[in-house]
Design a binder for this molecule. Structure first.
Ligand code: F6P
Ligand code: MG
Length: 278
């Protein structure tokens, strides 16, 4: 596992440089979800593939930017699912973005996840690794990731990050979000799931939701590259992640790009979601 983390660190340093200095324009390609790829999406994907190709324990990779799985090493053990540059459309307005990784063994269901990692490219570069617990590191001047702290969620937070648009929400979802705001929660939503979920983790708790909507009945966020890795992080940090009813980590996608409604938060907020949706 350690050599996978080292490859992610090398990728993060290279992606950070591309974000800072490369062209932020669109390419001519469209990915499997129908998004037009930025040149930076493609470059980040290639950087990660190159770094993972050096790691013998990785059997195959599956990326948000690729239609299918890519085999790497026949004798490898792990499958890595990743979103190379989540929230990339926020780069042209200079907001934070991220990379997300799920390290799987034996398939790409939530139950096969062994570790999850994400990187936030913000004013500073931070790396979070969840295996037994959740550890945060920060990139220093010498290009090293220095351990900062173990992240632990409180039982109840103060932030609310509601995804999609109100006109597409079900009435019960709107009632839930309104009630949470009425209880004094602050709105914190940038439109990048990595910084939005990172903020909730570091500020002690709250709720991030991306529900089933009228335009996207199965939600927007992808299980293998986005939802499972963050569900793993939230559970290991003492919080929870559900699809409305059950744990998202109990789900099994039938296609690499399958999506699910999802709610991440501290236990109090997730219990509230469960009661609303049950
Ligand atoms: O990858 C999808 C994504 O960009 C996430 O980073 C983000 O949380 C979400 O979409 C935002 O979607 P919306 O603008 O519909 O709330
Ligand atoms: Mg994404």
């Amino acid at each position: 596992m350690q050599e996978i983390y080292e490859a992610i660190k090398r990728s993060a340093i290279r992606i950070r440089e591309a974000i800072e200095f490369d062209d932020t324009g669109y390419s001519e390609n469209i990915n499997s979800t129908g998004d037009t790829q930025l040149k930076l999406d493609i470059k980040s994907d290639l950087i990660i593939e190159e770094e993972f190709a050096k790691v013998a324990s990785i059997k195959e990779i599956v990326s948000e930017e690729k239609a299918d799985k890519t085999p790497l090493h026949v004798n490898g053990i792990y499958g890595v699912g990743y979103d190379p540059l989540d929230g990339s459309s926020l780069i042209d307005v200079n907001l934070s973005v991220g990379s997300i990784f799920g390290i799987y063994e034996g398939g790409y269901a939530g139950k096969h996840l062994k570790a999850a990692v994400y990187v936030v490219y913000g004013p500073r570069v931070e790396l979070v690794i969840a295996e037994v617990d959740v550890k945060m590191y920060r990139l220093n001047k010498r290009g090293e990731f220095v351990f900062i702290k173990v992240i632990q969620l409180g039982e109840k937070g103060k932030l609310n990050a509601p995804g999609s648009t109100q006109m597409c929400w079900e009435p019960k979802h709107k009632a839930l979000i309104d009630a949470i705001f009425a209880d004094g929660y602050r709105l914190r939503y940038s439109g990048g799931m990595v910084p939005d979920l990172h903020q909730i983790l570091l500020k002690g708790g709250g709720l991030f939701s991306y529900p089933a909507t009228s335009d996207l009945p199965k939600g927007k966020l992808r299980m293998i590259f986005e939802v499972f890795p963050f569900a793993f992080v939230y559970e290991k940090a003492g919080g929870a992640a559900i699809d409305g009813k059950g744990r998202v980590l109990d789900l099994t996608p039938s296609h690499p790009h399958d999506t699910t409604p999802c709610f991440f938060g501290s236990t109090t907020e997730i219990e509230r979601v469960r009661k609303c949706y049950e």
